[in-house]
Design a protein around this ligand. Structure first.
Ligand code: 5GP
Ligand code: ZN
Length: 111
């Protein structure tokens, strides 16, 4: 499948990985929006958060565990985890991913 994040997961496209295991990969965003901006993706191709089902939701729970571990390792005081879904959600890569953002104060509401 011609998917940039599948290729990052397999290593075909290089990335700066901060964590990986059998289920997920975490790597630095190419265009960081905060001092810490890590993307967490499942190794398996799931198009977006709109495609989370009872069959694959354990992967998402695992990714959140990993996110908490990374945030702790990075020494973040607080952080944000975001998944953009579809056109209006601002999703540009159609492989489920969670943005872990931290290292600065976050605005609310988001733009
Ligand atoms: P989205 O807009 O879909 O929520 O987020 C996609 C994110 O992937 C963007 O923040 C973008 O900077 C990042 N991105 C896109 N292509 C690559 C890539 O090849 N490598 C890395 N490290 N990040 C990428
Ligand atoms: Zn993919």
């Amino acid at each position: 499948m011609d998917c940039v994040f599948c290729k990052i997961a397999s290593g075909e496209i290089p990335s700066t990985k901060v964590y990986e295991d059998d289920v997920c990969v975490a790597f630095k965003d190419l265009e960081p929006q905060a001092p810490v901006h890590v993307l967490l993706i499942p190794r398996t191709h799931i198009a977006s958060a709109a495609d989370i089902t009872p069959e694959n939701s354990a992967i998402v729970a695992h990714i959140f565990e990993v996110a908490a571990k990374i945030a702790k390792e990075q020494g973040l005081e607080g952080w944000r985890i975001v998944s953009n879904v579809g056109k209006d959600g601002g999703q540009t890569v159609m492989h489920l991913h969670f943005h872990l953002l931290g290292g600065r104060s976050m605005a609310w509401p988001p733009g």
